[in-house]
Design a protein around this ligand. Structure first.
Ligand code: IPE
Ligand code: MG
Length: 256
């Protein structure tokens, strides 16, 4: 595979030892800044650099889908100045990277509620999606103003509205139908969810989708994250025994 640019993972065996879809809770920007005596915004800006490194490393490691948690519906409770800084990050990232993502075949999707975002930001996000919608080499989902419980409630409401309007029957509902109503409907479920910074929780990220994801928690702050950390997470993933509720094939005989 080409080393310097984003290249397709087509041909990389998806043998279960390698995740097709990796999701990342980008965490630890504030602590990173604090450790250096810097204001928090500088931690967030360094976090954008880490995103850049991770997006370029992922396809080289055979990953086809990367979903990153950029701003949660709960992050609105931070001080206004910090919220403003976080709201400015998509522009910072796309100004420097969107042309390259577009050129290198990355399809960008932004999942999360548009309500609450400025018109300018919504236009920016929609433009990034539209400009890259035809791309097929690699998929980057950015969760922004996203909360999984909100997404699930929105999906339930939409289905209920369809039932009330006579467009659907309650009996049509099943796991696949429900998954198709979520913001992640176009994406395969995450195989691996990574959270740096030492925190060990999902924080309302991909709750439905995470049903059989492997979780890896890493003691590195997000602004320091890069290819070596992603490789370490993949190594941990490869060592896991994913059984999806069944038992290991070696144990089937023993089970009688
Ligand atoms: C991640 O870093 C950025 C967002 C949550 C948007 P934090 O800002 O949560 O950093 P810590 O947890 O305070 O270190
Ligand atoms: Mg945090």
């Amino acid at each position: 595979m080409a080393a310097a640019e984003i290249s397709s993972n087509a041909g990389v065996p998806q043998d279960g030892a390698r995740p097709l879809h990796v999701a990342v809770v980008m965490d630890g920007n504030g602590r990173w800044a604090k450790q250096r005596g810097l204001p928090r915004p500088l931690g967030h800006r360094a976090g954008v650099e880490a995103l850049r490194r991770t997006v370029s490393a992922a396809p080289k490691l055979g990953i086809g889908w990367l979903t990153v948690f950029g701003f949660s519906t709960e992050n609105w409770s931070r001080p206004a100045a910090e919220v403003a800084e976080l709201m400015a990050l998509p522009k910072r990232y796309f100004e420097s990277d969107l042309a390259r993502l577009e050129r290198e075949g990355v399809r960008v999707r932004v999942i999360g509620r548009r309500e609450g975002l400025s018109d300018e930001l919504v236009r920016l996000l929609e433009d990034a999606q539209a400009r890259t919608a035809h791309n097929t080499v690699f998929n980057l989902n950015i969760a922004f103003n996203y909360g999984s419980q909100t997404d699930i409630a929105d999906a339930a409401r939409r289905f209920a509205e369809d039932v009330a309007a006579g467009r659907r029957q309650p009996s049509e509902m099943n796991e696949a139908v429900f998954a198709g109503l979520l913001a992640t409907a176009d994406s395969p479920p995450p195989d691996l969810i990574v959270r740096p910074s030492g925190e060990q929780r999902l924080s309302n990220f991909l709750l439905w989708e995470a049903a059989y994801a492997e979780l890896v928690f890493q003691d590195v702050l997000w602004p320091d994250y890069g290819q070596e950390h992603l490789e370490a997470a993949l190594a941990e993933f490869a060592a896991r025994d994913r059984r999806y509720g069944a038992i290991a094939s070696d144990d089937v005989l023993a089970a009688g």
